[in-house]
Design a binder for this molecule. Structure first.
Ligand code: DQA
Length: 149
């Protein structure tokens, strides 16, 4: 089973960026945790980060070889029809994740354009959101494969 993990814009700055909101873990540290969990779950993962909307659209369009996706679309969550349409187009089960609880924050963060095309959303658990997201992505991919989703 292969799962693609996509980190959106500004997540390369984790650890240095608004630590009170996003915590002190760097993206490298989160990626290490994800690789360890992938080993435990016996799934293969690829991890990408991009600050560019079109590049994220390309990653999603080129993700046909993956069984499921985990994406933190970051600020594009609230603005990107293009990323939403790409997820809808590829029809690969997708888990949307956020480090912070977007519903506890500014009102403009309360709307996700991605959620209606995602299998589900995990929001508010810091780095653990990614780990829960990977578990969910492995689980929904298994069900999709068996045709039991
Ligand atoms: C975020 C929440 C978004 O609102 C924000 O723009 C981000 C990160 C999160 O992980 O909590 O960049 O997706």
């Amino acid at each position: 089973m292969k799962i693609l993990i996509i980190h959106g814009p500004n997540l390369n700055l984790l650890g240095r960026r608004e630590a009170d909101v996003y915590g002190t873990n760097t993206l490298d540290e989160i990626n290490k945790l994800l690789k360890q969990l992938a080993k435990d779950l016996k799934v293969e993962i690829d991890i990408k980060q991009s600050n560019h909307e079109g590049e994220i659209v390309d990653l999603i369009q080129n993700s046909k070889q993956y069984d499921s996706l985990v994406i933190n679309p970051a600020a594009y969550t609230h603005t990107s029809v293009a990323i939403r349409d790409a997820i809808a187009a590829v029809e690969i089960p997708t888990v949307e994740i956020h480090l912070s609880n977007i519903y506890k924050r500014e009102e403009f963060r309360h709307t996700s354009l991605i959620s209606p095309v995602a299998s589900g959303q995990i929001s508010g658990f810091g780095p653990e959101s990614y780990l829960l997201g990977l578990r969910a992505a492995a689980s929904i991919a298994t069900h999709a494969k068996k045709g039991t989703s």
